[in-house]
Design a protein around this ligand. Structure first.
Ligand SMILES: Cc1ncc(COP(=O)(O)O)c(C=O)c1O
Length: 367
């Protein structure tokens, strides 16, 4: 999506954002409607999520995306995607999902009165299955990964008359996700942080934020300074972007036998890998991956010591931050933003299993 940004240049237009936000329905991410498609929003209150300052690390801010409707940042992209689908009169949407996009599409489609057809791995966190079903979506659980789900959508969409709203196959989910870039800059006083940590699967948020930074510079809304180093974080159980980055490749290779409890990161071959890799290199950033036991340890640490129940995906970012402090890549005083892309509460089954937590069996027998 390209806009004529000329009339919006400068601080006066920037000030309009906060004023417009007081006027419903232009709240949440719709405060940036001047740089979004001109459409009647299908909204459930997405965006403008809290920026939490760490209690222990002076430089760390956590962007709490678990506060979005359906408990993840996927709400941003699908709010835009479904708003535009309704605008164009589409009646049936389909999506392959690692889990959270399914829940988000199901919710926004229900709000818009549009049919949602969802394909997701059969072992997604239970919450993803329950929410998609409760929102009335047509759910197919697939014995495979998101790549297999994508193939099934592609095979059936023509016959079924579905519009494919997959990651990066339409332009509007990016527009929704780019608002994370606007928000983090505005919440830091219209200034860039030194680095942004992004739990990476398909990479839409990373690509969207980079687009936002370009627009912010064109608008003159961000204080002059270096763009943040973009740090893509993955699980060692599925790390195609990290491997391609380390090997100096332009694109990734399909990751075989992808397995991690950070289910949103089980994307064995991201469609936009080459765009992400370019951004990581241009920003002076990195791609890193960590084992599930390190991710789990960080998740527990942040829950106990900060009161923040990260998603497993979000906890890849906290592990990566610790790592980059140790290596000296970052200094404690560098201001950084870590994305908690989803609420820990969406993963109670997988997290409980990972820490061996079970409910006590039924109370003692009655007499
Ligand atoms: C909680 C969470 N974090 C991160 C990701 C990866 O997001 P992206 O595909 O935009 O890289 C997902 C994707 O499903 C997710 O659900």
């Amino acid at each position: 999506m390209r806009y004529d940004l000329t009339p919006l240049r400068g601080a006066a237009a920037r000030q309009e954002i906060a004023r417009a936000a007081a006027d419903s329905p232009w709240t949440g991410l719709w405060r940036y409607r001047s740089v979004l498609p001109d459409v009647a929003p299908v909204t459930l209150g997405e965006g403008w999520t809290p920026m939490l300052h760490s209690r222990r690390y002076p430089g760390v801010y956590v962007k709490e995306e678990g506060a979005n409707p359906t408990g993840s940042f996927k709400a941003r992209g699908l709010a835009l995607g479904v708003s535009m689908a309704r605008h164009y009169g589409l009646k049936k949407l389909a999506v392959p999902s690692a889990g959270n996009a399914a829940g988000a599409l199901a919710a926004y489609a229900a709000a818009a009165g549009i049919e949602a057809n969802i394909f997701m791995p059969k072992d997604v966190p239970f919450a993803n299955y329950v929410e998609a079903t409760m929102y009335g979506a047509k759910v197919t659980l697939v014995d495979g990964l998101i790549s297999d789900c994508g193939r099934m959508v592609a095979e059936q969409k023509e016959k079924e008359g579905w519009f494919d709203i997959s990651t990066l196959k339409e332009p509007f989910r990016i527009e929704g996700k780019k608002t994370m870039g606007y928000e983090l800059v505005e919440q830091l006083g219209w200034a860039y942080p030194a680095a942004v940590f992004y739990p990476t699967g398909g990479g839409v948020g990373l690509i969207g934020m980079w687009k936002a930074f370009g627009e912010l510079e064109e608008l003159g809304w961000v204080k002059p300074g270096k763009r943040p180093k973009m740090i893509a974080v993955q699980s060692a159980g599925c790390a195609p972007v990290t491997r391609a980055f380390e090997e100096g490749e332009k694109a990734s290779q399909m990751w075989t036998n992808a397995a991690t409890f950070a289910s949103g990161l089980r994307v064995p071959k991201p469609y936009g890998d080459y765009i992400m890799l370019e951004i990581l290199r241009e920003s002076g950033g990195l791609a890193l991956s960590f084992a599930d036991n390190q991710i789990l340890a960080s998740l527990e640490d942040w829950a106990r010591n900060e009161g923040i129940f990260l998603s497993p995906e979000g906890a890849t970012a906290t592990v990566a931050y610790d790592h980059l402090l140790k290596t000296g890549f970052l200094k404690p005083e560098d201001r950084v933003v870590l994305f908690n892309t989803g609420a820990g509460l969406k993963y109670t089954d997988v997290t409980a299993e990972a820490v061996g937590l079970r409910r006590l069996s039924q109370s003692s027998p009655r007499h």
